[in-house]
Structures are given as C-alpha cells and as structure tokens.
Design a binder for this molecule. Structure first.
Ligand SMILES: CC(C)(COP(=O)(O)OP(=O)(O)OC[C@H]1O[C@@H](n2cnc3c(N)ncnc32)[C@H](O)[C@@H]1OP(=O)(O)O)[C@@H](O)C(=O)NCCC(=O)NCCS
Length: 184
C-alpha cells in the first residue's frame, strides 16, 4: 500500500511477513550471489526460513529497532535495504542491503539507502549510520562511498565464511556530513 518511487519502474516498500513467498522467490534468485557477503542467518533456503526472517524484522521494528524494506523492479521483488540495527537512544544505526544479480548496476541500492539515511537523520534525529562489509566486497564498499561514508577502519579476520576468516570494513556517515539538501 505504501511505496516510494526510486525510479519510474522501481519502488521501495516495507518488506513484511505477508511477502514471505515473494521474499523466498527473491532469495532463490539471489542466494548464491549474496551468500559470501551477508549475514548467514539471512540466507535461508525455504519459505519457512524466509518467513522467519521477515517475522524477526517485524518484531524488532515493533521495538523501534531493525527494519526491512524491499525494492520492487517492474513488479518483482529484486532485493532490499535494511536497518540492521537502530538505537534511537544512542543515535546509532547500521544499514545493509542485498540484490539479485539481474538488478545490479542501476543505482537502486544507493537510492534506497539514501532514503534510509534521510529518514534516520532528518526524521529520527540519529547521529551516525554505519556500514559493515567484507573487505573484499568491492561493490558494497562502492555503495558506502557513493553514500558519502568514510572508511573508518578494518576489523581483522572478524568475518568467518566457508572456513576462512575475512577482514571486515567499517564505514560510516554522520548526520552533519550528509548534505542538507538531501535531507527532508
Ligand atoms: C552490494 C550490492 C547491493 C550493490 O549493488 P549495485 O547495483 O552495485 O549498487 P547500486 O544500486 O548503488 O548501483 C551502482 C551501480 O549502478 C550504476 N548506476 C546506474 N545509475 C545510477 C544512479 N542513478 N546512481 C548510482 N549508480 C547508478 C553505477 O554506475 C554502478 O554500476 P557499476 O558498479 O557497474 O559501476 C550488490 O552488489 C549485491 O547485492 N551484492 C551481494 C550482497 C552484498 O554484498 N550485500 C552487501 C553486504 S555488506
């Protein structure tokens, strides 16, 4: 019902429990593409698993914490963005994202994350938005850069995946670093 146009044929909407079938289908198209780069709890392989993720986010949103938003391109759920965490008391949040391969390269994630940043800083008055990615995830780091984030440092060997421990980059942007013209 509620949606925000990112482009003519792309919409950003809350991704809710009733979208479980669409989300499971999106994960079927995205799973192997995103598996190395996102939290493993997110990469489920069944409808029940997809529904459990949506329910987990819904419960956290009810407590004013994490939130999940889907991107629909030409009517198909192709990925999304999320507040991995949001803590109004401390003014901190962390943003994350995923896309199925066919939707990459159109600026959808940069646009959607911009909406989240504008809401976090402009509406909620948060102070800091962070971005964590595997240090060898060039596409994710490029999004952080396009969002005006600063690379703060690297957590060494903090990201275990498939028997190897990878470094994690920590990026962030502070409220006063986000151009005022882009805030509501
Ligand atoms: C990370 C990920 C979401 C980035 O997707 P993306 O499509 O590259 O990111 P954006 O939506 O910002 O699009 C940027 C691309 O669109 C292009 N683009 C086209 N129009 C654009 C516009 N108006 N604005 C910005 N970029 C635009 C850019 O040139 C860029 O393309 P390029 O990388 O080929 O040069 C995607 O690669 C992915 O899902 N990876 C696997 C999961 C993952 O890593 N998640 C993040 C975990 S930290």
């Amino acid at each position: 019902m509620f949606s925000l146009p990112l482009r003519d044929n792309a919409l950003l909407r809350p991704l809710e429990t009733w979208h479980a079938e669409e989300f499971a289908a999106n994960l079927d198209r995205a799973r192997e593409h995103i598996r190395p780069w996102v939290g493993q709890a997110f990469v489920t392989d069944s409808l029940d698993g997809a529904r459990a993720t949506l329910l987990r986010y819904a419960e956290r949103q009810a407590a004013d914490g994490a939130r999940l938003y889907g991107i629909w391109l030409d009517g198909t759920l192709v990925g999304g963005v999320m507040f991995v965490s949001l803590d109004a008391a401390s003014g901190n949040c962390e943003i994350g994202c995923w896309l199925e391969p066919a939707a990459e390269g159109h600026g959808l994630i940069t646009a959607a994350c911009g909406v989240l940043l504008d809401w976090a800083f402009g509406t909620r008055g948060l102070h800091r938005a962070a971005w964590h990615c595997r240090a060898d995830n060039a596409r994710s780091a490029a999004v952080a850069g396009r969002l005006g984030m600063t690379l703060e440092g690297t957590e060494r060997e903090s990201w275990p995946y498939d028997g190897v421990r990878h470094d994690t980059q920590i990026w962030s942007v502070l409220a006063h670093e986000r151009p005022a013209a882009r805030r509501p």
